[in-house]
Design a protein around this ligand. Sequence first.
Ligand code: ZN
Length: 196
Amino acid sequence: MEPADLLALSRVDKAFRRILLSEQFSPVWKAACRNKGAPKCPSHLSQVKWAYLLFGGSACFSCGSNLGIMRMDFDLLRRACVRCLKTNLVYSRRFTQLFPDIDPTIMTLIPHTNIGPHAHEHASNGKYYWADDIRDMHQELSTFEKGKRKLRDGKTENLKDFKAARMALVTQIVEYAPKCKKWFSIISHLKDKFLK
Ligand SMILES: [Zn+2]
């Protein structure tokens, strides 16, 4: 089955959706993505989320709009329209101005894109962060007290270890993105060519 068909099925009804999105169904999603020659799902994402990112239609993840130019960003792991990019991307140099109460080193813990918010902008040396990623990470960091927090399984996690793991993950995302971009542009090109 095609990933897009699976996603369409998952929208049919609630009970069906629960089954399709369950962990047991993960191999089916995996196989569907593999059949399309898609890059492997990164370890920090679920198969379903990955399928949704790659094959979940062409709407903006933030506002749901289908209109205008969409950017699939494999660094931010989002698809967004230009309007949402303009609203949500935070240029690193404006960080302190926009988030005066957050320690700017938080930027080392979340992925960024080098492409600014404008439609035809090319990659630059500038770093752009998604505003909600900043807020979510700030929230996550606030769950640590005196450098520690209790996890659901009762174990204790050190802030230092958490930060190191996050930095490793960011590196992993940045290194994997070009491969995904390449695959996605080939697929999009083929779609444009054969569906017109
Ligand atoms: Zn949007």
